[in-house]
Design a protein around this ligand. Structure first.
Ligand code: FES
Ligand SMILES: [Fe+2]
Length: 442
């Protein structure tokens, strides 16, 4: 029986079920192999932003173990964003060696073949010793690439089942108008941890943990309900993606949506910061009017705060499979949880702020950066312990409550896609469930 005062999120999504989740998909190598084949190698994956390759010849390389690939993303002479496998057509050496840079051509260091920015093979030393070499056949192998609000996505499938637009718009079409391009002060952290990618992402798509894991940092920045619970305002589950809307405590610096970009609301958080958050309050005070661009008239798109909650602080958007995009009125966070193995994940955390024009503004940003670092360290503190515990196989299942529906949604979509892939390949789709269950049993 549902004893909650608010309607259950699970009531809205009966197709997700209410069963416990099998632990197998978090610990099993065979399951991970299915994820690689039927999710990651078939789906659009976020790899970076267009600002990273602003000029012709700018490039970055993403080594992506989950795709068994190294991918070059560059901007060609027609200003088009292009993506290629980082593999020479001659005897398969790499053609880009640095994580990022600017170049006129990609040169293979083995025998000197040269490729233009559009991937075409333009130079072959001692070409006449080959046998009627038709250079037009031996360009770099392209990878599907497209952009959305400045985010670059690649898809290893040369013919993706859905265009990037069709993949994203049903859930995120109404994010149009969010000023992603104005938040140009970016800082980032990268790290590797020994846990499954879903274990990591799950820790970022529910608020149930906040009162405990973040008890001493940001628990007071979120809005509590009458019973003192940190429930999200609402959640939406789509065909692939999901959204969670979170209310903040406007009297806290971290939970006030107006806090970096000014506005009357920010005064509340200064006055409410008290002695426990004295530095936060001071940092916010000196940041007043510190942004280079004026955000005071910013109209947020319909997709954000879709319930119109007065204390709304931010939305979490989880773009399937591994891209966490949290949008606030004054900055956004873009995290990726890139699998390396069934129990190893690269965490790429990027935070995008508006550029500041005053030293007070810069101080505020540095303060927020350190505050977020501490919050992230708290989040990460559970992950390797959880993974090691899952691998003991002491538990075959995990138990979820209503507000952990995003964790459930992820598991359901992953399994659904694996089943569809197996079926398409003429294999028994029930292998998916059997593998999930078998992975959790000694
Ligand atoms: S392997 Fe690249 S030129 Fe030979
Ligand atoms: Fe957290």
């Amino acid at each position: 029986m549902n004893q909650q005062s608010k309607p259950s999120l699970h009531d809205r999504y009966p197709e997700l079920g209410r069963d416990n989740l099998p632990v197998g998909p978090y610990v099993d190598e065979a399951w991970y192999a299915l994820e690689k084949k039927y999710l990651f190698k078939k789906t659009w994956l976020h790899v970076g932003r267009v600002e990273e390759i602003a000029k012709t010849g700018d490039y970055f390389v993403r080594d992506m173990p989950v795709l068994d690939s190294s991918i070059i993303v560059t901007r060609d002479r027609k200003k088009q964003v292009r993506a290629f496998h980082n593999v020479c057509s001659h005897r398969l050496n790499r053609v880009a060696y640095e994580p990022c840079g600017t170049t006129r051509k990609f040169f293979c260091k083995f025998h000197g073949w040269a490729y233009d920015l559009d991937g075409s093979l333009t130079g072959v030393p001692d070409e006449k010793s080959f046998f009627d070499l038709d250079k037009s056949k031996y360009g770099l192998t392209p990878v599907s690439v497209d952009t959305w609000h400045g985010f670059i996505f690649i898809c290893l499938d040369p013919e993706p089942e859905l265009s990037l637009k069709d993949f994203l718009e049903p859930m995120y079409g109404e994010l149009d108008g969010y000023p992603f391009e104005k938040f140009t002060a970016c800082y980032s952290w990268n790290t590797v941890f020994d846990c499954n990618w879903k274990t990591a992402l799950d820790a970022f798509q529910e608020t149930y943990h906040v009162g405990y894991v973040h008890a001493r940092s940001i628990a007071d920045a979120l809005d509590k309900d009458e019973e003192g619970n940190l429930h999200p305002i609402d959640g939406v589950c789509g065909a692939h993606h999901r959204r969670l809307s979170i209310a903040g405590n406007p009297k806290s610096v971290y939970g006030n949506p107006k806090a970096a970009t000014g506005g009357a609301g920010a005064e509340d958080s200064i006055s409410g910061s008290g002695t426990a958050r004295a530095i936060a309050g001071k940092a916010l005070k000196v940041a007043k009017d510190g942004t280079k661009l004026d955000f005071s008239d910013l109209k947020l798109p319909k997709a954000l705060n879709w319930t119109g909650h007065p204390n709304w602080a931010f939305d979490i958007n989880v773009i399937f499979p591994d891209f966490y995009l949290s949008c606030r009125p004054n900055y956004f966070q873009a995290y990726n949880f890139r699998p390396i193995a069934h129990n190893k994940t690269i965490f790429e955390a990027r935070v995008y702020y508006p550029e500041m024009k005053t030293s007070g503004g810069r101080f505020y940003q540095e303060y927020m950066k350190v505050a977020l670092r501490d919050v992230l360290l708290e989040d990460l503190s559970t992950l390797e312990i959880t993974q090691a515990a899952a691998e003991t196989r002491a538990k075959k299942e995990m138990v979820l409550q209503d507000y952990e529906i995003m964790v459930r949604h992820q598991a359901v979509v992953v399994e659904r896609m694996i089943r569809a892939g197996l079926e398409k390949d003429g294999r028994d789709p029930d292998i998916a469930r059997q593998t999930a269950l078998a992975g959790g049993i000694l």
